[in-house]
Design a protein around this ligand. Structure first.
Ligand code: ADP
Ligand code: ASP
Ligand code: MG
Length: 448
């Protein structure tokens, strides 16, 4: 059971989460929590201010952080004297340590990946500590477990890759031991460590991924992602009116939605669940009686368009070379450069002398374009967005394609790409038309 930031944002949210866990005690719940909402953002800011040697800003951010956690613990545990004292003492220990790390970064003016990983990890440590005390105070015998002993990862410490074999080897024993003495165990999302114990994290939004990795390792019956919406919807309800709640979608559809911009799940969450065929349920902690969305094996899911997702900020890179015509090896050479620069490509389209690709917008591609320019003409367009329609057999099912084309009538479309597995069709469009286009496509597919 994973609870996201808004689901543990304050006293009321934590009490709701605890009562949801209480309803599952017969299923031996493993609880995974995110930091309280906005806390990770503020920890990133603390890291940034430390690197910039802004001592006063650090002090003020740390004060706010400490007060927010102490206030929440005090509200939750007002009637539970010794639990409150222990919680406050733990919060102070964690915040003192955070302060020490931030001030030493500040003194040096140098932020290593290691120090940054330590700083941004503290939100989950704080939230899980408070919630563990509250669960115990509210009569649920709960053991706090350290995710850094379970989720082992490698690569970039700030966006690390879990090592499945290590996780599968370590998690079951630790959880089994915890559940021997307690009714529930609680651990942190997002945070991990390298095999030598160095601190790492799984990247922004990574708590979903932590939950599915743990689910995989213990062969969980199901993985529940408790968030702030009634399941996965036909589009992000923050931007589109009248979205539909999807009762069931396939692992592949969910992965594709997440990969193509729907921020409801971390894009890699699905992979561990697929490996063990564990259903994932996306549920609303503010509306726990709602059925939410079941994410299941592909064979159980019907065809047709399920959702519209988008990426507002992308770069469209066109690589042109007359030498490409009838030449072998050109495509390999182009993608070799992307691979060497660790830049992952979203969608691709080719014509005789031209390769167009899209990549995420928030990255520096100057080295890539420099290398490509050594053998081709390169043009980068940063005024585009990407819209995808996701669903099993999306292009061939009924009149889906016709409806999309109707919705796009009158707009500029720069690239069209149909995913090889026929589960998504994507369009590159003008960024200033994104809002109109996603509304038009959603309306044409789901509101007629
Ligand atoms: P949490 O803190 O629980 O991890 P997130 O903010 O990461 O929550 O994810 C939930 C949010 O995802 C929702 O509030 C919603 O705005 C957004 N979202 C984006 N696309 C979708 C979608 N297709 N269906 C549901 N929610 C979506
Ligand atoms: N707290 C982390 C973040 O804000 C991880 C998560 O919430 O999933 O990115
Ligand atoms: Mg999230």
């Amino acid at each position: 059971m994973k609870f996201g930031g808004t689901s543990v944002a304050n006293k009321e949210a934590i009490q709701r989460a605890i009562s949801i866990v209480r309803g599952r005690l017969d299923q031996r719940p493993v609880v995974v929590v995110s930091a309280m909402s906005k806390v990770t953002d503020s920890l990133y800011r603390i890291a940034g201010e430390a690197a910039a040697q802004h001592e006063a800003e650090i002090a003020s951010l740390l004060d706010q952080l400490r007060n927010r956690h102490i206030d929440t613990a005090s509200e939750l545990l007002a009637d539970s004297g010794h639990f409150l004292n222990e919680a406050i003492s733990d919060i102070n220990t964690i915040c003192d340590y955070l302060e020490k790390v931030a001030l030493s970064v500040c003194a040096l003016g140098e932020l290593s990946a290691r120090s940054k990983a330590i700083i941004i990890s503290q939100g989950e440590i704080l939230s899980s500590t408070i919630i563990a005390h509250a669960m115990n105070a509210y009569g649920i015998d709960t053991e706090w477990l350290d995710a850094r002993k379970m989720i082992i990862s490698s690569g970039n410490p700030l966006n690390s890759d879990p090592i499945f074999s290590e996780i599968n080897a370590r998690v079951p024993g630790i959880i089994e031991k915890g559940l021997k003495h307690a009714q529930a165990v609680i651990t942190q999302g997002f945070i991990s460590s390298a095999i030598d114990g160095e601190p790492t994290v799984l990247g922004r939004g990574g708590s979903d991924y932590s939950a599915s990795l743990i689910g995989m390792a213990i062969n969980a019956e199901k993985i529940e992602i408790w968030t702030d919406v009634d399941g996965v919807r036909s589009a992000d309800p923050r931007y589109i009116d009248n979205t539909l709640c999807l009762e069931q979608i396939s692992f592949e559809e969910a992965a594709e939605m997440a990969h193509f911009g729907a921020k409801v799940l971390h894009p890699l969450t699905i992979e561990p669940a697929i490996m063990k065929n564990i259903p994932i349920f996306v549920l609303n902690s503010m509306n726990p009686d709602h059925k939410g969305t079941a994410i299941l094996a592909n064979s159980l899911i019907g065809e047709g368009a399920k959702a519209v997702s988008w990426k507002e900020d992308i770069l469209m890179i066109n690589v042109f070379s007359p030498k490409m015509i009838n030449a072998t090896g050109f495509v390999q050479k182009v993608f070799g450069v992307f691979s060497d620069n660790h830049i992952s490509v979203d969608i691709i389209s080719t014509s005789e002398a031209n390769i167009s690709v899209t990549v995420a917008g928030n990255q520096d591609i100057s080295h890539l374009t420099k290398q490509l320019s050594e053998f081709a003409q390169v043009n980068v367009d940063n005024c585009k967005s990407q819209v995808s329609v996701i669903g099993k057999n999306v292009v061939n099912h009924d009149d889906v394609l016709q409806r999309i084309v109707n919705a796009l009538n009158g707009y500029n479309v720069n690239m069209i790409s149909q995913g090889a597995s026929n589960i998504n069709v994507s369009f590159v469009i003008e960024r200033n038309q994104l809002n109109e286009i996603v509304n038009s496509i959603h309306k044409s597919l789901f509101q007629q």
